[in-house]
Ligand binder design. Sequence first.
Ligand code: URA
Length: 189
Amino acid sequence: MYENFIDLRKDCFSCNKCPLGETRTNLVFGVGNETADILFVGEGPGENEDLQGEPFVGKAGKLLDKYLEVIGLDRNKNIYIANIVKCRPPQNRDPQEDEQEACINWLREQTRLIKPKIIVCLGRIAATRLISPDFKVTRQHGQFIKKGNIYFMGTFHPAALLRNESQKADALWDFQNLREKIKELEINI
Ligand code: URA
């Protein structure tokens, strides 16, 4: 258990608990406000993220930033963004179960320090890992589920929205629903 982000980052950056550590250019720890009430979680870094060391900086990230902006959220101000795995899986394949297992403790520690009130899971990998193993994004997106003190919501992965434009309206609805939850919980953003 870590007392602060400085120690957590230091240990995380030297992690070699799984083979993804051998092929990474940069470990992608996370970005944003370390005291934010809202945490977004993706699945793992892609090529651009691996090169730049920051989550969601490619095309999908630009789309995510647009959705965030619509509801007054900003990665540099009032949210934190992290991933289930911190190192890029080769060819952007899904992170394997054993890789997720090796990495998940870093996210647990980040969550413990951030103490978010809301966690938004971006896509199937994050939602099945953090909400429930049988979570179906197409059926359950936008719904809030309270576990402990935290409200969880799963929505579409922005990369999936780039491939399937017809889901963009549903995604917008999810973000508006998130805005309502922020108001309901009287979260200052
Ligand atoms: N996709 C993710 O799930 N995470 C990133 O950081 C980038 C793309």
